[in-house]
Design a protein around this ligand. Sequence first.
Ligand code: FAD
Length: 594
Amino acid sequence: MWCGILERKKLSDKKILKKAVKVAKKNGFDNVEIKVEDRVVYLTGRVNLWEDFLKIGSLTGKIKGVRGVVNNVDYPGKKRRERKKGRNEKIGEADVVIIGAGVVGCFIARELSKYNLKIILLEKAEDVACGTTKANNAMVHTGIGEKMGTLKQKLCVKGHKMFDKISQELNIPYKKCGMLILTTKETLSNYKIPSFISNFICRFIIPFILIRRGKKLGIFMEKIGRKKLLEKEPNLTRDVISGVYSPTYGITCPYLLTIALAENAVENGVDLLLNTEVVGIDVENGRVKSVLTDRGFIKTNFIVNSAGLYADEIAEMAGVREYTIHPKKGSTIIFDKETGNYINHSITFLKFPRVEHYKGGGIMLTVDGNIQWGPTIVEVEDKEDTSVTAEEIEHILKYYSHLLPNFPKNKVIAYFAGVRASTFTEDFFIEASKKVKGFIHVAGIQSPGLAASPAIAEMVVRILKNEGLFMKRKKNFNPYGRQRIHFRELNIEEKKRLVEKNALYGRIVCRCEEVSEAEIVDAIHGKIPAFSVDAIKRRTRAGMGRCQGAFCLPRIVSIISRETGIPPEKIVKDGKDSNLFAGRAKCFLEEKND
Ligand SMILES: Cc1cc2nc3c(=O)[nH]c(=O)nc-3n(C[C@H](O)[C@H](O)[C@H](O)COP(=O)(O)OP(=O)(O)OC[C@H]3O[C@@H](n4cnc5c(N)ncnc54)[C@H](O)[C@@H]3O)c2cc1C
């Protein structure tokens, strides 16, 4: 690890350029021009295919010492996004403007709300947690699966340890369900080696390496033999050879966490501006001056760029782009709660050769009692591509089936995809810009960004201090989130008492998840009000059960309409362009009769 870091420091731009040119030539990229500045590789020119664009980006990103790769290489059919126009009207002034209200931006906002500062958190969507944060596997990784020596590993190891405290303070679900990392007959099946050798490697060598790695990182793990594994997980394949148990592996709810963080930040004085898209950044004399949005501009000296998939475009607006985000999609299958007791721990297995930059996915528990299989890893051209293809579903079912051969696979209730914001160096990019004072990059936050998020926030606060932001601790910071009532989790006596106090608890709107009308009303009138069907879903789970909202959707729409006065046909599923209704059926009739 240290050798890697030393080499990173040592390599000059000249040496990196030499290596990059060599790698490009060797792979036939004669039409790609390469420049290196402050250990960032800038690629221009033209290739024939999008796949080649990815290849040259990855090849140069792998060169030791490279901080970032800006891949401006063209290829036929490359899409260009038009930038929206901003409004030239002052809408605010802040010490720090944070761009993006995903889990990372919200954690940073909450961390900064501990100080006497004016903070504005900007989000282009109509709710928080609408980006990658809403579509991941909710695992609070320990860091064991990350590449040694990377920033993402360091912050994951630290962030994971912070989850106990944060979940208690904010009242969000967090369970240390533990993870079994297995070797099976599949582990080395791609190699033609005698079975006694592969057995030996799977039984002794792999567990030994994992446990030694864990020790280095301060993560407790223990080796488990086949017999004990089958006692712990009776439904496991008989082909299992050995395993390592990581008892502190956790699961949480990413959207409840993010909503609670944002609510707590707002409680402590942060201004959250939803439906506000950043479209430009004003820089004067090498220092940020203001952030331009589609609603007006905000004067500020510090900008934190935590815009997820769009972090490269935000950096470009300030003229400090040092990375390109190449989106990688991951699809997951969700099974009915009926299957929830089929396993007692989350499970993954090792298969060699490993897919680059991929922990491997697995069969995972959720805090809500469902089981999920996945995710896949697929490079996509479009940052908004959250399609789940038949091939991906087939792949997931085939890939993990051998672990639990008799699992009731017909109990699928949903599938979803999320998109990872990867850079070509495949690590987090968190630092203050050297070119423009006051601009802080928080980019490339792919997995394990959720687990690492508390540590990322602490790191950003340190960077801001070092960059000269005057920070004085608030005396009256309130670290506690509000108590959310989840009717389904109460016992019969508690339910009775609640219904006596408020009859709306007695009206169950979502039967699958047992969500009452009172919980929905509470979400609508919350600190960060929920006006769309999915915003209600993220806060209450209404519509997340077996019928996926088929029964409760119209009722939720009418409750939102009743409570807010928004006409039902204007209520959306999840943000702009997600209309649920074309109009009132009666209106159509009236028009026809006219
Ligand atoms: C399939 C999958 C599974 C994963 N599983 C795990 C896991 O189990 N554990 C784990 O630790 N990590 C996991 N991750 C990674 C984790 O989800 C991410 O690292 C994390 O959610 C990143 O959060 P973020 O706040 O950086 O990004 P986002 O949640 O994408 O937030 C960025 C926000 O910026 C906003 N924004 C963008 N542009 C603008 C603009 N111009 N103006 C205003 N706002 C803007 C977006 O709307 C968005 O809300 C997974 C990722 C995927 C895809």
